[in-house]
Design a protein around this ligand. Sequence first.
Ligand SMILES: [Ca+2]
Length: 343
Amino acid sequence: MVAGSDGRCNIRTTDKEKTPATDITSTCYTTVMNNMNRIKHRIIMDVDTGHDDAAAIVLAAGSPEIKIEGIVAVGGNQIREKTLANTLNVCQHIGLDVPVFAGQENPLVRKRVNAGYIHGESGLDGPHFAPRTKLAEKERGVDFIIRTVMENPGEITIVALGPLTDIALALILEPRLKDAVRHIVTMGGSMGMGNATPSAEFNIYADPEAAYVVCSSGVPLTMFTLDVTLQVTLDDDMLSHYRKMKTKTSTMFCDSMNAYTEACQRHGFDYPAMHDPCCIAYLVEPEIFTMEKRKIDIELKGELTYGRTVMGFVDPTAGSQVGVTADAPAFWRLLDRAFTRLP
Ligand SMILES: [Ca+2]
């Protein structure tokens, strides 16, 4: 069990871990108190679920250092309607009772693109989900982000795992957000080759103008680019290790990763990288990564370089930092722990 959006014991008890009715109150109280003492970060996740987004939700839900205030689904890997459905499915499947909101459907300026060629027709091909009963909240995702951050100044970290459309729009609609948000941690960009184009990584390429708004806003920003996320890749041994766990969550992960692996191999990669979960792992255990302070600029005009992240020289005074190296075994240990805490 883990605590949810309001600190209540709101992971559903599964068949695997049934608790006698008389013990539920004291067990929940103890669990909640233990979790509240360990919480290091209150986060809003902005996702375009997505295979690696799903893994990031699992890692966050299974990490006692993290309290998820809510999840916003933005258009990205697939259209918003699908990323929202995938997010709701994942939350329902792992019993994560946090509010889920619809983010923006379209990028700020550019024509919409998606990554169905990797994540499939649904955006999360592979796992099978029970009929969905979990519903999205009525409040618009961007309004939820603004409201939650402004009501909790200095407390909320935004973990942005898709195109930065929602985050940019929130900063435009409420400029005070930049001083009220604790931190923005995002997966995106590349210092070397891109993956959507030779120059640009997908999340940035899918909404470069939004990335420009965020990176030029002066907000405390940490970016995990392909250079570091590609250091944490799945392989057959890891997949076999998780397949043996035979839990509801690990089975979803393995079914998802099988489809993701096949798609990656069709596009010239041996194994899929744990791109998005790196952001969660960093919050839980920052020592897993080495970082460099660098200014981050976004190329908006280049015909061949549209959406490229241009990193400045290492500069201890820069307001942003980028991941450089990852300790992959330490990452997998965190994911292992998450699986043991989920159904
Ligand atoms: Ca993503």
